[in-house]
Design a protein around this ligand. Structure first.
Ligand code: ATP
Ligand code: MG
Length: 409
């Protein structure tokens, strides 16, 4: 039996690298005071139609939907924001008085054509800052994403931002857009979308080179101010960004700010993370007036970029315990336990193997130190410690050894 097309196993070391990406993200979320939210994988299909939008690629072409035994029409979540918005409303999160800033880590499902960096089940790490319309919150979420990527060590990305205005700005832009789009030779889907959802046309992957003549949106005074403040905040925070007047993103609920973190390293799967402001979504779903902003990043694409940039994460033990003779196995095993009880990452292979083959294991597991127990060490309650990168070797009292190792970590 094989995996279903577009689905994959994630095995060590990739599994470890993805959890490192999650761990670093969690660290940053904690520093910024974002709280975890866990939402269901399955929702009513209706939720995504009404929020992500009926004429978006995600809903129109990519959604996994099915009818359950009770004839409910359900969908595997293609993205996180609609579920978080629903949870915010259902759980009255607005009345608690504390900041409503959430992060989620979870798998999403989209039936798109599988290729490198494009899967049918993939992981998104995302955030939603709900309940404020200030440009400071846009700046915060963008800075937070930039901080995560920098902490991971990724360098080859550019940030693109744009403002697609509020409902009123877009109402006026719609006519301009339709008129100009009609002059172009576009793909079949774009042709259908010109009247239904002209802004969506600008996100088309097939026609994307054809829009340079399209005038950009004229923003109202408030939207202009919002965009200007955001740009000033980013500049002051040393976030390097570029304006892209044609950036609209593929989801219907965005208002004002939209942004994408792009890379030239992954071919046409160039978006590693993306997001924007959604001031009307929660209200339109029957919730309180809760202007919000958020983003999601694709964990697999981040991982691919790490590989391209040779960022290494490996789950390496600091110490590898080795016996010169299996007589000392129990003593060695006790040492291993004390190391682990002190929080020192340690491992061993087989105490009955030769010293040489245990040393080989220590090297291939990437350990930094080999801790060797032979007769002398056993008698004097000491350990020989060998630095595997320099070859330096010395003998230490067992208790002192642990204290010194703790200093290193
Ligand atoms: P793309 O333009 O590549 O289709 P998107 O605009 O559909 O991306 P979003 O809905 O904004 O993507 O999702 C946020 C992030 O999730 C993307 O930037 C990307 O890193 C990741 N992502 C989206 N779809 C997939 C997929 N099918 N496989 C892997 N990662 C994905
Ligand atoms: Mg897509």
């Amino acid at each position: 039996m094989n995996t279903v097309r577009g689905f994959k196993d994630i095995i060590y070391p990739e599994s470890f690298k993805i959890s490192e990406i999650e761990r670093i993200s969690r660290e940053v979320f904690e520093i910024f005071n974002y709280k975890e939210i866990r939402i269901p994988t399955v929702e009513y299909q209706e939720l995504f139609i009404k929020s992500t939008g009926e004429t978006t690629d995600i809903v129109e072409k990519e959604m996994y939907k099915f009818e359950d035994a009770s004839k409910r029409i359900l969908a595997l979540r293609p993205e996180g924001t609609p579920g978080v918005a629903r949870a915010y409303i259902n759980n009255n999160l607005n009345i608690k008085g504390e900041n409503t800033k959430y992060f989620y880590i979870g798998n999403m499902f989209r039936a798109e054509r599988p290729q490198a960096g494009r899967f049918r089940e993939f992981e998104q790490i995302g955030v939603e800052y709900i309940g404020t319309n200030s440009a400071f919150s846009d700046a915060e979420v963008i800075i937070m994403l930039d901080t995560i990527l920098k902490k991971i060590g990724i360098k080859s990305y550019q940030i693109e931002i744009n403002s697609i205005g509020c409902f009123e700005c877009r109402k006026k832009y719609r006519e301009v857009l339709i008129e100009n789009l009609k002059k172009l030779e576009l793909c079949d889907l774009c042709k259908q979308r010109i009247e239904r959802n002209p802004l969506r046309v600008l996100d088309c992957k097939i026609d994307k080179e054809k829009f340079s003549s399209i005038p950009s949106i004229h923003l109202c005074g408030n939207c202009q101010d919002h965009h200007k403040t955001l740009k000033e905040l980013l500049t002051k925070s040393n976030v390097d960004y570029k304006e892209n007047k044609l950036l609209v993103r593929g989801l219907d609920y965005y208002t004002r700010t939209v942004f994408e973190f792009k890379t030239a390293e992954l071919g046409s799967q160039d978006a590693i993370a993306a997001g924007g402001r959604y001031d009307d979504l929660i209200k339109s779903m029957g919730g309180p007036n809760s202007p919000s902003v958020g983003w999601a990043m694709g964990a697999e694409r981040i991982l691919m970029l790490c590989e391209k940039e040779n960022i290494s994460f490996k789950n390496k033990p600091l110490c590898f315990v080795i016996t010169a003779d299996q007589k000392y196995s129990e003593y060695a095993f006790e040492l291993l336990s004390s190391l682990r009880n002190s929080g020192i990452k340690s491992d061993f292979s087989s105490f009955h193997q030769s010293l040489k083959s245990q040393m080989r294991s220590a090297n291939s597991n990437g350990a930094r130190y080999a801790l060797i127990i032979g007769e002398e060490e056993f008698i004097s309650n000491t350990v020989t410690i060998k630095d595997l990168s320099t070859g330096e070797q010395s003998k230490k009292e067992k208790d002192n050894l642990i204290k010194e190792l703790l200093k290193i970590i």
